[in-house]
Design a protein around this ligand. Structure first.
Ligand SMILES: *Cc1c(COP(=O)(O)O)cnc(C)c1O
Length: 358
């Protein structure tokens, strides 16, 4: 008998210590986030020619179901180290879920401001369940962010939105993992853009791995906003952003300049996709067996849009970040799917629905 072989993942702060700001080990607040799978898409042959390799970085498998955990473990650990007893954020949902969970874990209070009636049910339930003080703002994300910035200036609470630099530090580790998983950097990296922290973080991560000589090339960063919430594409803030992809329903991104820099330095693009294109990609991903939330699918919708322009070359390696889990937003999933058939408890009727001859 062979002994059980421990496979232990210690969370991103401990695993990527040498690349991150130092945190005293006692102050590390972790749910062992990170180490998410990179899954090759295998059912998309009808859409892309063979030769194009698409990999899905499934960030929905983080502890609270989105990539926000990578940034939150850093931000909350640092808040704790700095002696803070409370954190605050504005959120389209996932930041509040992560803030609530990591605050609970670390014994801090969490205050979250969300746009009233505008966040997906799963995310709201997480913030409530982990005991955060949830305040619904009769306004949008941008209004909520303006308020939490003011509160954190005056009162003893640490702001954990992505303007907190530790958030970006934590989130860059997803780029490290992709390089480790592929053995090199992809040709293109596609991801949804909301507040634009994540595209900023990935670019930082890739550049740091290149500086250390761990990878030889850098990817082109391809960010996608939703058409109804596309300030960077339009070149001006959007007053009332609208899209089915609630996680990227943002009209005035915090990391606007850094995102533009990532685009320009990498030779990439920031473009937009429609809600129809997002839902199409969302369903395509479900056919891969991968359930993500609508905002996440903006990455694949972007790949489809760029593919139609004939820009990709054979052998190009494409990574899409799937930022959040599909279970976050069951309403959109149900709206986008075939309704279940209802029949009496009768064998013949069931067999008929199955399409077999009775
Ligand atoms: C936060 C979030 C985004 C947007 O990320 P930014 O860093 O704000 O650009 C996209 N998808 C999901 C699921 C998110 O939670």
């Amino acid at each position: 008998m062979k002994a059980a072989k421990p496979i232990i993942w210690n969370g991103i702060i401990r695993e990527f210590q040498e690349f991150l700001p130092k945190v005293k080990d006692d102050n590390v607040v972790t749910l062992r986030e990170g180490n998410t799978p990179l899954i090759e898409a295998v059912n998309m042959e009808g859409i892309f020619e063979s030769g194009l390799k698409i990999f899905l970085k499934y960030e929905g498998l983080n502890p609270t179901g989105s990539f926000k955990d990578r940034g939150m473990t850093m931000a909350v650990s640092k808040a704790k180290e700095d002696g803070s007893h409370a954190i605050i954020c504005a959120s389209t949902g996932n930041t509040s879920a992560a803030a609530a969970a990591y605050a609970a874990r670390g014994g801090l209070r969490a205050y979250v401001l969300i746009p009233e009636g505008k966040i997906a049910l799963g995310k709201l339930s997480q913030a409530m369940m982990h005991g955060a003080t949830v305040i619904q703002i009769q306004g949008n994300f941008d209004d909520a962010l303006a308020i939490v910035k003011e509160v954190s200036k005056t009162y003893p609470v640490t702001l954990v939105n992505s303007i907190n630099p530790y958030r970006i530090e934590g989130q860059k580790t997803a780029a490290f993992e992709i390089c480790n998983q592929l053995g090199f950097a992809p040709t293109y990296h596609f991801l949804p853009v909301g507040n634009a922290g994540n595209i900023t973080a990935y670019w930082k991560g890739y550049k740091e791995f290149k500086e250390k000589g761990i990878i030889k090339t850098l990817p082109k960063m391809m960010g996608f906003e939703a058409e109804g919430a596309a300030p960077i594409v339009m070149g001006r803030p959007v007053k009332n952003p609208e899209t089915v992809a609630s996680a990227i329903r943002i009209g005035n991104p915090s990391s606007w300049e850094a995102a533009v820099k990532a685009r320009d330095e990498s030779g990439g693009a920031i473009d937009m996709v429609s809600d129809d294109e997002i839902i199409y990609a969302y369903k395509l991903l479900a056919r891969e067996g991968v359930f993500c939330e609508p905002a996440s699918a903006a990455s694949l919708a972007g790949v489809i849009k760029i593919h139609k322009k004939g820009i990709f070359k054979n052998g190009d390696m494409i990574v899409c970040t799937l930022t959040g889990h599909g279970l976050k937003d069951p309403d959109t999933a149900i709206k986008s799917s075939e309704k279940p058939v209802t029949v009496p408890p009768d064998l013949e009727k069931v067999v008929k629905v199955l399409g077999f001859k009775p």
